[in-house]
Design a protein around this ligand. Structure first.
Ligand code: AMP
Length: 352
């Protein structure tokens, strides 16, 4: 069933992804309702309605759900049990969320569905640190199973003697230990899936990270990535199907001599897809809404031979005037009050 204009789309999470979902929704004639625990998050500006409440507050979630026709999320560190109260209105469902928010469950799921991940082991207690050097080799990276993003909750280990400090650094949390992947490039596949299994996939962006944070996405990705894309698209579509995912999903990959290795799944619109707003016929935000509203999928084709997206991180956003003066630069500023180091404050997209 298609959701008619004038309906209300609920968004759990109030960050820049929610903000850009609201902007796309309003253009399509929908009202938006945002739910987040902060007093004035980026998405509350454009939202038609906004409620400030804790993610675990079931009564507040139920009241929010009653005011929405369909609900989505823009953030994955959410309590699955509380969101289950939203039942059929929630797209994607809680299965995508439950798998993606636990690095161990995610890796098992990827391996079960034909994807390859870096050699890894679960680490639940200090005893599990023994033998990691022989099983995985150094360097390796310890990543907390939950609540990690943009390189947070991660510690690199170069030799055996650093293991206890790394375990301490990630807060003695249940974790995974992962081999260092010898990659030639990083890229992602953004796939949109409707409930009837109709799929749309954008050109794969090459992603350049620094300090665990995405700095830049470039399309076309070019040599070193292009030869891995066909296999990576197969994997991403298989994962979306197996999750019964409805909406946009990003799968991040390492390009290696052994083929594409999956780093992680984001069960939502993704930073490496921001270029689609100006760079493709249908943006990831509009496509996500089309999926959850049961509308026909839009064309994901490129509108220019080359598109680049640069994140404005921390004080980079102070260049806003210079970027506005640059012909052909499309500036997005997220409306966050404080430009802390490492914080994503906006992005700029250039075509051609
Ligand atoms: P993540 O938060 O897991 O996406 O990691 C952030 C970034 O850290 C990735 O995009 C890579 O640049 C780097 N990274 C994470 N895991 C590994 C790994 N196993 N081997 C090499 N680089 C990694």
């Amino acid at each position: 069933m298609s959701l008619p204009p004038g309906s209300t789309i609920g968004i759990v999470g109030g960050g820049q992804l929610g903000r850009m979902l609201c902007l796309a929704a309003h253009r399509m004639g929908y009202r938006t309702h945002v739910y987040a625990p902060d007093p004035a998050p980026p998405a509350s500006g454009p939202a038609s309605l906004y409620v400030c409440a804790d993610y675990a507050n079931r009564d507040a979630l139920a009241a929010f759900a009653a005011e929405c026709d369909v609900i989505t999320y823009e953030f994955e560190n959410l309590p699955v049990a509380a969101l289950e109260a939203m039942g059929d209105k929630l797209h994607p469902g809680t299965r995508s969320l439950a798998i993606a928010q636990d690095r161990a469950a995610e890796k098992r799921f990827i391996e079960e569905h034909g994807g390859t991940v870096a050699n890894w082991r679960p680490v639940s207690e200090p005893g599990d640190l023994e033998g990691l050097g022989e099983e995985i080799g150094f360097p390796l990276v310890l990543k907390s199973r939950r609540l990690g993003y943009d390189g947070k909750g991660q510690a690199w280990v170069r030799e055996e003697s650093q293991l206890p400090d790394a375990w301490e650094a990630i807060g003695r949390e249940p974790a995974v230990a992962e081999a260092a992947v010898d990659f030639t490039a990083e890229f992602s596949i953004l796939v949109a899936r409707r409930a009837d299994d109709a799929l749309a996939v954008w050109n794969a962006p090459r992603n350049i990270h620094d300090g665990g944070i995405l700095r830049r996405s470039e399309v076309p990705a070019g040599e070193g990535v292009d030869e891995h894309v066909e296999r990576a698209v197969e994997i991403a579509c298989a994962l979306a199907g197996a999750l019964g995912h409805v909406g946009v999903m990003a799968v991040e990959f390492f390009a290696t001599a052994e083929g594409p290795i999956v780093n992680e799944i984001a069960p939502r619109v993704h930073n490496s897809g921001h270029w689609t707003i100006e760079g493709s016929q249908t943006s990831q935000f509009e496509q996500h809404l089309r999926c959850i509203a049961g509308l026909p999928l839009g064309d994901p084709a490129l509108v220019a031979p080359r598109v680049t997206m640069d994140n404005l991180i921390g004080s980079d956003v102070e260049r806003w005037e210079e970027l506005l003066a640059e012909p052909g630069a499309h500036l997005h500023v997220y409306g966050k009050k404080e430009a802390r180091p490492g914080r994503k404050m906006g992005h700029v997209t250039r075509l051609g």
